[in-house]
Design a protein around this ligand. Structure first.
Ligand SMILES: NC(=O)c1ccc[n+]([C@@H]2O[C@H](COP(=O)([O-])OP(=O)(O)OC[C@H]3O[C@@H](n4cnc5c(N)ncnc54)[C@H](OP(=O)(O)O)[C@@H]3O)[C@@H](O)[C@H]2O)c1
Length: 316
């Protein structure tokens, strides 16, 4: 399989590239605006490509079997061009708008898998596990991110853009060492797609590993409405990494909680994306969210083999 990873030397893309080069892919090309400035991904070809240039993508698709999209830039347009050319498409975006647009595209003979990564991605699969196990119709997803991890610039930008939409809070149960935490509703796409794919109501909440920083999130959300505050926050987050690099994602439905945890969310996201790309040849043509196309237990077991943990808890 020949794979083109857009945003391929970023924090998520480079993890996916490394995993694909370990076996699945015959050739991996990592693309971005300035590969010369990036740390090279060993074994991958590098390609200079700016997705803002609308004519740049089509020539890059020559001889490519699958595109893995690891950047938020015109995702629906990129997906449409891939599917029109019979190139499979996998996207890690957490933005609900582009995902809803891609859902409506005709796939022809190609396969597109959306909601790939950790949140969305693993969170959708945990939700499906709990719903199938209990028949519960209300899903609560909790996300805990390490404030000490060096998250990619695009992921930090996405989070800052989303912060003003921070909503009401609730308590969510996370695996050790985190325990029960307050999470604030956050606009991850999983809660918007699960009603369509599983027919359930869903909400997703975010907290940080630091309880103090989590408590400060509503105030930070209000501050970000001020001019210049976003640029200052982005610069600070690029330099300051206080806390750990652990993460945990839990889904609860019908009194049952399934939890996935480990270290370095960018690595987990990249490995999950690579695992989806690896499975493309066995998936039917069409546009799918991960929970529609992939059986959760086997997929999550493949990730736990890479050092992540899966746990189940019942209420009480
Ligand atoms: N589903 C999930 O669980 C999950 C988790 C984490 C992140 N994400 C998503 O994954 C994406 C990547 O995150 P990340 O942490 O890897 O960010 P990152 O490290 O900043 O990587 C983004 C990459 O995209 C490239 N890029 C930016 N603008 C581009 C353009 N116009 N044309 C071509 N390439 C461009 C960047 O390289 P240049 O600047 O050199 O072009 C960079 O290599 C984000 O969309 C984020 O929201 C999803």
């Amino acid at each position: 399989m020949r794979v083109l990873i857009l945003g391929g030397y970023g924090a998520v893309g480079r993890e996916a590239a490394a995993a694909l080069l370990e076996g699945t892919a015959d050739e991996v090309t990592v693309a971005g605006r300035d590969p010369a400035k990036a740390r090279p991904v060993p074994g991958a070809r590098a390609l200079q490509l700016d997705l803002r240039d609308e004519s740049a993508l089509e020539p890059a698709l020559s001889g490519v079997d699958a595109v893995l999209m690891c950047v938020d830039q015109d995702n629906a347009r990129v997906a449409r061009i891939c599917l029109e050319r019979g190139v499979s498409y996998v996207d890690v975006t957490a933005s609900a708008g582009p995902l809803a647009e891609i859902e409506r595209l005709p796939a022809g003979n190609a396969t597109a898998v959306l909601s790939v990564g950790l949140i969305p991605g693993v969170s959708n699969l945990l939700a499906r596990l709990c719903v199938e196990r209990t028949g519960g119709q209300e899903v609560e997803i909790g996300v805990l991110l390490g404030s000490g991890e060096q998250h990619g610039a695009a992921a930090v930008g996405w989070t800052l853009d989303a912060l003003p939409e921070l909503g009401p809070s609730w308590r969510a149960r996370f695996p050790p060492p985190y325990g029960t935490r307050t999470v604030h509703r956050f606009p991850f796409s999983d809660q918007h797609t699960l009603p369509r794919t599983l027919g359930v109501r869903a909400r997703t909440g975010l907290c940080l590993d630091s309880r103090a920083l989590t408590a400060a999130l509503p105030r930070a959300a209000r501050l970000l409405e001020r001019p210049r505050a976003r640029a200052l926050a982005e610069a600070a987050l690029a330099k300051v990494h206080v806390g750990g690099d652990g993460f945990a994602v839990t889904a609860t439905a019908g009194g049952h909680t399934a939890a996935f945890s480990g270290r370095r969310q960018s690595r987990a996201t990249g490995l999950a994306a690579a695992e989806v790309v690896r499975r493309l040849p066995e998936l039917p043509a069409g546009v799918w969210h991960i929970e529609q196309a992939i059986e959760p237990a086997g997929f999550l077991a493949a990730l736990t083999a890479a050092g992540f943990h899966l746990a189940h808890y019942d209420a009480g």
